[in-house]
Design a protein. Structure first.
Length: 229
């Protein structure tokens, strides 16, 4: 019997659906009953995580508590930036959290890279800097003017723009990180893989959502320990 996974989603909706697709694809299953029971709160009304003044923490905590009440045994957050509120989410729910930032950072380490370039929001970059340091790795980030371009792209993707122009600019930003010394690229925002996929550049590419989905499968099927609270 696998653990029931609760997913805090909707940040944004398309990225959550992308995560769930990867979760399903990575689950070793021969029939419906082999898949992981997953309870998902797709809540696009959660305040924008990119502005702390919006105070998204209480809404995320309420979502987590409701997921526990619905039967979840363990949680995942389908948003990198929302991990800034991980402690509040765990306290509110009393459930262990499978950490996306940790999963992606470990995947970057496993490539053998010494420095990872991260395409992420400012809040997510703070988390990645800490987690990568714990893996003995350095971080490469975009210069301020290119970070602004990145944020504009993220909001365009959230509006449904997956045009060739958006894809080309995202690839150019990844190339900027490579030029800055990155030896691997982390898609540290769940919208990035919607416009930039494996094989788009010459460096190893870590999709944080895919890394999280892989860990969720392992934890829920008992292949690795449940994270400590």
């Amino acid at each position: 019997m696998s653990l029931v996974l609760g997913v805090l989603g909707g940040m944004g909706p398309a990225a959550t659906l992308d995560f769930l697709t990867k979760l399903q694809a990575l689950t070793p299953a021969e029939r419906d009953q082999d898949h992981i029971r997953t309870i998902v709160d797709i809540n696009p009304q959660a305040p924008d995580r990119n502005d702390p003044l919006n105070k998204p923490g209480p809404v995320l905590a309420e979502m987590a508590g409701a997921l526990r009440g619905a039967g979840a045994d363990v949680l995942a957050i389908a948003c990198n930036t929302a991990h800034a509120y991980a402690d509040m989410i765990v306290r509110a729910s009393g459930l262990p959290l499978i950490d996306m930032i940790g999963a992606a950072s470990a995947a970057a380490r496993d490539t053998g890279a010494a420095r990872a370039g991260v395409l992420g929001t400012r809040e997510a970059l703070k988390l990645y800097r800490e987690y990568l340091a714990a893996q003995g790795m350095g971080i490469v980030t975009l210069p301020p003017e290119r970070q602004e371009v990145f944020m504009d792209l993220i909001y365009r993707i959230k509006r449904g723009d997956l045009s060739s122009g958006v894809r080309s600019e995202m690839a150019a930003l990844a190339a900027d990180l490579a030029a800055g010394g990155a030896e691997a690229i982390i898609a540290g925002c769940t919208e990035v893989p919607l416009a930039y996929q494996h094989g788009s550049g010459r460096l190893p590419f870590i999709d944080a959502g895919e890394a999280l989905a892989r860990r969720c499968v392992s934890v829920c099927l008992g292949l690795e320990p449940v994270p400590a609270i």
